[in-house]
Design a protein around this ligand. Structure first.
Ligand code: C2G
Length: 129
């Protein structure tokens, strides 16, 4: 079974996120998503609208996602890759190059980011309604 791993905040879930998860799931048979905890979001200077538990529940409802785990720090990726026997690590290409060090443990793929949508854009657009 080919296992794929990706990480993210996934707040205010939108079609750009779904595009990423769909393509990531097509790279294997089993997709694991590491969702940033509220505490880790603080380290990323991100504040989510939805709590970690709610973002986790939403992702678990998506047909492309097989398992959701907490992302608590920057350092856990290697351990997760080993623990879950990951074949392919995937991120949107806004992260291109940042995780190349993981290629020692699995394939590393950066997928084109979906243009025209982001959680930040949603927040801005709603604010100006
Ligand atoms: N994404 C995308 N297209 C968009 C928006 C997001 O392809 N229009 C992708 C991002 O590239 C990322 C995933 O969707 O792979 C989740 O995006 P975020 O929730 O913004 O995640 P981020 O804050 O980038 O956290 O350790 C990695 C970090 O946790 C990534």
């Amino acid at each position: 079974m080919k296992k794929v791993l990706t990480y993210g905040t996934y707040d205010l879930l939108h079609w750009g996120h779904i595009n990423l998860l769909k393509r990531a799931s097509e790279l294997g048979d089993y997709l694991i998503v590491g969702v940033s905890t509220d505490e880790f979001n603080k380290l990323k200077n991100k504040k989510s609208y939805h709590s970690y538990e709610d973002r986790k529940m939403i992702l678990e409802a998506i047909r492309y996602v097989d398992k959701v785990i907490p992302e608590e720090n920057w350092e856990q990726k290697i351990e997760d890759i080993k623990k879950y026997e990951i074949d392919t690590f995937v991120m949107g290409d806004d992260w291109k190059g940042k995780f190349d060090y993981l290629s020692e443990y699995c394939d590393v793929i950066y997928l084109p980011r979906t243009i025209g949508i982001s959680t930040t854009k949603i927040k801005k657009d709603l604010y100006s309604l």
